[in-house]
Design a protein around this ligand. Structure first.
Ligand code: SF4
Length: 83
């Protein structure tokens, strides 16, 4: 799970914007201004079945992380958390 979904900066963050782009999902913000310090993005290859593979991007550590539990869900109520 990407830690960004519980981070205060998620809707202003350039690193999370890049993660959204890699996942092909809608952006929380079209032009984020916040530059995080040392985000560590974990990239893994996942088996999609039928001989298909996908790539998963998750921020696992970040020096700018500021805990705000449920921040992403607050911005997108009722939607499924990105994994
Ligand atoms: S954890 Fe870091 S990369 Fe993720 S939203 Fe927060 S500041 Fe951005």
């Amino acid at each position: 799970m990407c830690i960004c979904v519980d981070c205060h900066w998620v809707d202003h963050c350039q690193a999370y914007h890049a993660v959204e782009r890699q996942h092909g999902v809608d952006h929380l913000c079209a032009d984020p201004s916040f530059v995080p310090q040392s985000p560590r993005i974990h990239v893994s290859v996942i088996d999609l079945g039928a001989g298909q593979a996908g790539v998963e991007w998750d921020v696992r550590r970040c020096d700018s992380f500021e805990a705000e539990s449920g921040r992403w869900l607050l911005l997108r109520p009722g939607q499924v958390l990105p994994t």
